[in-house]
Design a binder for this molecule. Sequence first.
Ligand SMILES: [Zn+2]
Length: 300
Amino acid sequence: MGHASFATYRPSGRFSPLTLPLFIAAIVSGVAVAWLYQALMSWIPYIYVDLVLCAGFGAALGAAGMFAVRRGHCRNRVLAAILALPLALAPVGASYYWGYRSTLSTIAEQHPETPLEIIQQELTFSRWLEVKQEAGWTLSSHGSSSSRSRPDVSGTFVVVVWVIEALVILGLTMLLVDTEAAKPYCESCRGWCVPRPLTPHGLTAADVESAMQMGDLGPLIDPPVRAEGDPLRAIVLTGDICDGCIETGFLSVDERTTVQRKKQTTTRTKNLLRRAVLTAPQRAAFLHRYTMSVGQKLAA
Ligand SMILES: [Zn+2]
């Protein structure tokens, strides 16, 4: 591309010993919340709603993992990814266990004369899984209870859906946890940097291009003041700044394009530069500009 390369942020791979107990706490909470998840999943028979629930569960587990990474000062992406595996998969497994337990207790309520051990012998866990596969899901909402039609999704397809469900939850959890562990951290202050977004007026993609070819971040942080600017193609500077010192700061540059079609407005973000290391004067200049723009916004 002919660009001068900037030194960029690299996670150090370090972590506090607190990371492990925090992840264990997150896993235990996930296993408990899995009870609510499976209850909602069996209560709502529509597969589309179930997919939304599944994504929500994955996001919740991911959020718990992000908390563990942040409080555990985990800058080790490999460790974070390894811990994200049980964080996602233990609650998925638990949701099946809770589902089986709740079916057993429903049957026990219907047959109070039958001892629970007998019910458990009749309906083993693997038999319960078979019954669930046969029951399947209904895709249309108009199916009335009087029509005894077969469910739209059953048998092998149910297993496929279970695999998709596990992969969605695992994928979301891993993505969120990895994103958090990769965030900029100040090794000398032992603290996470704070992201500060700034949208300078009149700064264009051409300015970014020339700055990157020159290998100098200065013109981006302190651009010429221009009145004109394309509001539909904004350049967003994000400074990840450490508040504990005057040394550590990283700069990301994104181009945000707004496309208006009829009544729909869509925004696309394209990354141009990712977490380039700022010098101390560049960091100070960025922080100054940021403080000024926040001050202007507050005054307005
Ligand atoms: Zn610092």
